[in-house]
Design a protein around this ligand. Structure first.
Ligand code: BTN
Length: 256
């Protein structure tokens, strides 16, 4: 599949389902380093990951067979590395749009790319961009979503599943296919230069946008209000009347 496709489904057309793997991101990375080319839009899905990886070097736990754990390969040569957060926006919007018809407006994107229902985490992403020659050569988009799991240990923090919200099971492949087609839609908007639309829609779906809430930065707790996400992805929070910008490592969201 070439990168010049502008219509027709290519995301997820090439789907590989694995019974068990360490991490679908690792698997995709390892097949990319083999000689055979891997088509743009390839999806590797696993029933079970024994070393799933999350943000901040965390481990991603998901009960086997009950959740979506997959990685998608994109070749966003048209996005410059300085604008790579636009890919995060497009993918987050794709996941959001696939789930919103089921879950309604309590669904939000928690900056930078978690999927929240109310104050609870429904899923997250680990996007690993491989930059070469001033271009994003490959983007490995790892997505974990809590779908049919019945309960979570205390250690899982605020985790919640679609089943806990809607009291029924969902077909994982059906949800995966919705997600792939919505990601493709937003990805192609980016490719068509509709960056402003991607950025403004992402902002409008943001968890805690314009709401005064508690945060921690530099071991200090403060009340702040999310105002924006700048082009390169930094979070803009109003704090004591001034707007400060934070990267992922610099700010922690505290519970309300
Ligand atoms: C987060 O910490 O919120 C990100 C979680 C990302 C988990 C997914 S599951 C599929 C893919 N493979 C991994 O090892 N991680 C991502």
């Amino acid at each position: 599949m070439q990168n010049n496709i502008i219509s027709g489904l290519f995301v997820g057309q090439n789907l590989v389902t694995l019974k068990e793997v360490d991490s679908t991101n690792n698997f995709l990375k390892s097949i990319l380093s083999n000689s055979k080319p891997v088509p743009d839009g390839t999806v590797i899905m696993a029933e079970s990951q024994y070393a799933g990886r999350g943000q901040h070097q965390n481990t991603w736990h998901a009960q086997p067979g009950k959740n979506l754990t997959f990685s998608l390969l994109l070749k966003p040569h048209f996005i410059s590395p300085t604008q790579q957060f636009d890919l995060t926006r497009a993918v987050s919007l794709g996941v959001y749009d696939a789930l919103q018809p089921l879950l309604g407006d309590d669904l939000k994107i928690k900056w930078p790319n978690d999927i929240y229902f109310g104050n609870r985490k429904l899923g997250g992403m680990l996007i690993e961009n491989m930059i070469q020659g001033g271009q994003i050569k490959n983007a490995i988009v790892g997505i974990g979503l809590n779908i049919n799991q019945d309960n979570y240990p205390e250690s899982a923090g605020s985790a919640i599943s679609v089943k806990q919200i809607l009291q029924r099971d969902y077909d994982l492949k059906d949800i995966l296919s919705e997600i792939c087609s919505h990601i493709e839609g937003w990805y192609l908007k980016l490719k068509a230069g509709k960056t402003d639309l991607v950025r403004s829609t992402y902002l409008s779906r943001l968890y805690r946008l314009n709401e005064a809430s508690e945060y921690r930065s530099n071991w200090e707790t403060f009340t702040g209000t999310i105002k924006n996400v700048v082009d390169n992805g930094l979070l803009v929070v109003e704090r004591n009347g001034t707007e400060e910008q934070y990267n992922l490592k610099e700010i922690e969201f505290l519970n309300k």
